[in-house]
Write a protein that binds this ligand. Structure first.
Ligand code: GDP
Ligand code: GDP
Length: 438
């Protein structure tokens, strides 16, 4: 699993500027579906030679009327609980009492924390940043997110505190599909969990010794067996999570990484909200199979149900492969269909198509509709091969991959989906250069 680096700090200190610096070009992830721009608060990045996930926690509110300033505590605790390293961003030009509180909380945790004095744009400001040592931080990195100053030092320091890379997980020999059940609070996750598990909790995998202790549950429903991952978070809602989106996002990242199929549960009467779209975006980036379950359909009239499903399909069109289903965890209606979709998605996710079969099919497709000429040159696709399963990834060998346009790529992807039954999973096609005789 990729280590998580959480960026925390109050608003306007420069968190998102730093986030963009760290994440850089990696934000431009190409999806095979026509895109909708999504707000990004987390992204994969390559820092200090390591693949990490950077999360911008959004910031606590130092001006809140809340006497306990719980916003700060919740944010800090969420970051501490779920992240591997915390970057605490301070503003060189202004320090407020909320910063002190955040620092105090961070100092008490055992997670590595790097303190950044941001907006140190000039040598003078860099010198001035040392006043922030008054907050009691052990070490300060004077940086400028805006100009990129000082970030190399942060990267080196980060490299030292990241947890050592984990060995690749042992291949699972149980053949069971791992399913993550995600959704906002009150979507009905624990109700669905109870229905799927028939109230019984059979723990197949707890990993003491890790700080996060995910607990997986083996469930059997309608003759299908699968493993629901990280059900500890589903069953007992953590106090830390409440009201802090970043906490659930961090937890969701963990769950998604451990699963092949994600069930995104949504309260049908509320519809797809921004947070659902973000979770979905996370699944798309991770190339996980997703099923969107509109729950609590029992509360709606048939007409409303229809509308809810149509709206949800529209709102999630950037992940057009993900089926949208209606269900009721309460009455059980639609739960069987959901389970069938999970099984089907898992099958597609793991499926491998032999190259010979792909060749036979594509010979015909390419003869009927070759890539259009571009730049005076007719690009050719020589053959397509599946280079990976779980998720399915293909490589298309071409003499001029740069000349194959987007709409043609979409066409190829759709052909693959239709012909070989990859309708419900994300699917990637790489275009690689190959000389004719090579
Ligand atoms: P966030 O609310 O913590 O995510 O802060 P933003 O990244 O949105 O930045 C808040 C404001 O501070 C923006 O106007 C940024 O352009 C500015 N800012 C961010 N980093 C720097 C910096 O290193 N130097 C200066 N001078 N301004 C910065
Ligand atoms: P979680 O926070 O996602 O785990 O949600 P819960 O399973 O705790 O459910 C939140 C509330 O919604 C509870 O009051 C449930 O009884 C209710 N609920 C869950 N599923 C359904 C459903 O299918 N129909 C109706 N009407 N209520 C439901």
């Amino acid at each position: 699993m990729r280590p998580i680096v959480a960026i925390i700090g109050r608003p306007n200190v420069g968190k998102s500027t730093l986030f963009n610096r760290f994440v850089g070009k990696r934000l431009a992830i190409v999806h095979d579906e026509p895109g909708v721009t999504r707000d990004r608060h987390y992204a994969d990045a390559h820092i200090a030679g390591r693949d990490v996930v950077v999360v911008d926690t959004g910031g606590f509110d130092p001006d809140s009327d809340d006497p306990m300033r719980m916003g700060i505590a919740r944010h800090v605790q969420a970051a501490i609980a779920e992240a591997d390293v915390v970057l605490c961003v301070l503003d060189t030009t202004a320090s407020v009492p909320a910063d002190q509180q955040a620092v105090d909380l961070l100092r008490r945790s055992d997670k590595p924390v790097l303190y950044l004095a941001n907006k140190a744009d000039t040598a003078e400001l860099e010198a001035a940043s040392s006043t922030l040592y008054e907050l009691g931080v052990p070490e300060l990195f004077a940086v400028s997110g805006l100009h990129g100053r000082g970030l190399a030092d942060v990267e080196v320091a980060l490299g030292k505190v990241l947890p050592p890379p984990e060995p690749a997980p042992a291949p699972r020999d149980d053949g069971l599909t791992r399913v993550a059940l995600l959704g906002r609070p009150n979507a009905g996750k624990s109700s669905l969990f109870n229905r799927l598990s028939g109230g019984e909790k059979s723990l197949v995998d707890s990993r003491p010794g890790t700080t996060r202790d995910p607990i997986d549950s083996l469930v059997e429903h309608g003759g299908r067996r699968f493993v629901l991952v990280d059900t500890a978070g589903v069953r007992r809602r953590s106090k830390v999570d409440e009201g802090v989106e970043a906490a659930s996002v961090l937890r969701a990242i963990r769950s998604i990484e451990r699963a092949e199929v994600v069930v995104l549960l949504v309260d049908a009467s509320e519809g797809i909200a921004e947070q659902d779209a973000r979770l979905l975006g996370l699944c798309v980036d991770r190339m996980r199979a997703v099923i969107i379950g509109m729950n609590k359909m029992d509360e709606l009239t048939p007409k409303q149900q229809k509308e809810v499903l149509a709206d949800a399909r529209h709102a999630t069109r950037f992940a057009g492969f993900a089926p949208v289903l209606g269900l009721s965890a309460k009455t059980g209606k639609g739960v069987g269909a959901l389970v069938e979709h999970v099984a089907r998605a898992a099958e597609q996710f793991k499926k491998r198509v032999p190259t010979a079969e792909l060749n036979r099919f594509f010979e015909q497709v390419l003869a009927e509709r070759p890539p259009p000429t571009r730049g005076g040159r007719a690009p050719r696709i020589y053959y397509v091969t599946q280079v990976q399963t779980s998720p399915p990834v293909f490589a298309a060998m071409s003499n001029a991959p740069a000349n194959i346009d987007k709409s043609y790529k979409r066409f190829v992807t759709n052909q693959l989906r239709k012909a070989f039954g990859f309708e419900a999973v994300p699917l990637l096609v790489h275009y690689r250069k190959k000389k004719r005789d090579a």
